[in-house]
Design a protein around this ligand. Structure first.
Ligand SMILES: [Zn+2]
Length: 67
């Protein structure tokens, strides 16, 4: 049952964060290779293109959780 429980979280994650295009081949990226909080309100995603193997990073503004 564990794989069934994990799937919705992955879809919610993919919906919440914008999907970038690979700067090398324009292949749409779906799941970040790794993610890290930079500071309050920003996350950096590291991507590994499954199409061409190009690595790149994006920064996402998520805003502050409380105002
Ligand atoms: Zn690519």
């Amino acid at each position: 049952m564990s794989h069934l429980n994990a799937a919705p979280a992955v879809f919610a994650f993919a919906r919440y964060f914008a999907r970038p295009l690979c700067p090398s081949c324009n292949h749409e990226q779906f799941v970040p290779e790794r993610s890290a909080f930079i500071d309050d309100g920003r996350i950096r995603h590291g991507w590994l293109c499954e199409s061409c193997g190009h690595c790149f990073c994006t920064t996402v503004e998520i805003g502050r959780l409380s105002s």
